[in-house]
Design a protein around this ligand. Sequence first.
Ligand SMILES: Nc1ncnc2c1ncn2[C@@H]1O[C@H](COP(=O)(O)OP(=O)(O)OP(=O)(O)O)[C@@H](O)[C@H]1O
Ligand SMILES: [Mg+2]
Length: 222
Amino acid sequence: MIIELQNVSKIYNKDKLNAVHALTGIDLKIQKGDFCAIMGASGSGKSTLLNIIGCLDKPTTGTSMVIGVNTSRATDKSLARLRNTKIGFVLQDFGLIEERTVYDNVCTPLYFSKVKYATYSKLVQEALEKVGIVSLSKRPVRELSGGQKQRVAIARALVCDPEIILADEPTGALDTDNSNMIMDIFSELNQAGKTLLIVTHDPQVAARCQKTYKLSDGQFII
Ligand SMILES: Nc1ncnc2c1ncn2[C@@H]1O[C@H](COP(=O)(O)OP(=O)(O)OP(=O)(O)O)[C@@H](O)[C@H]1O
Ligand SMILES: [Mg+2]
């Protein structure tokens, strides 16, 4: 298993009056090469689950194994390394630096990797090729359309050649054509052997994944 969660719970503000049980008793097994959708109403725990799998957060109880690492026990440094080299995160609001160029944005994760500076431009070029936006390389992100920005965000997630790609509502802000284009890119990545988990509200997006997990009030439902 590339990802294995056992009895994971997440309580925000634990032991306080405003405690929130965001996840309860989550068991999840994802194999290398799986292509899964995670659905559920707003507030059901989708982003919380993705953040735990992506090592941005830790479970309150239970265990989360990601590529052989028990994320509850790992040091912050080893978690950062795992996150930077093996996991590509595509954020809901793109998380791009608007004033910088496409090239600079896609390049950013490389600064935190062990990749040699001399190979940066080749890797950025390859990532831009995968999402079909090589020609936009020198443009500032603020000039781009929503669909183009989403592709920049995906290229940035790909630049370190991660094994796992996590995407939180990657098509939420896009029209049908752009949404299909993004799903075509994800399908290609999956065919190339990547493991993908996509949070979505869109049944058409989920239909293009191999399997759908549904969350309700922090628990999986069938
Ligand atoms: N940092 C936080 N502190 C306290 N509560 C939080 C925090 N983050 C999320 N929550 C709460 O945890 C629950 C799950 O939130 P989460 O963001 O995982 O939902 P979601 O399914 O991603 O929703 P959406 O579809 O709106 O993005 C919600 O009740 C939310 O208010
Ligand atoms: Mg969310």
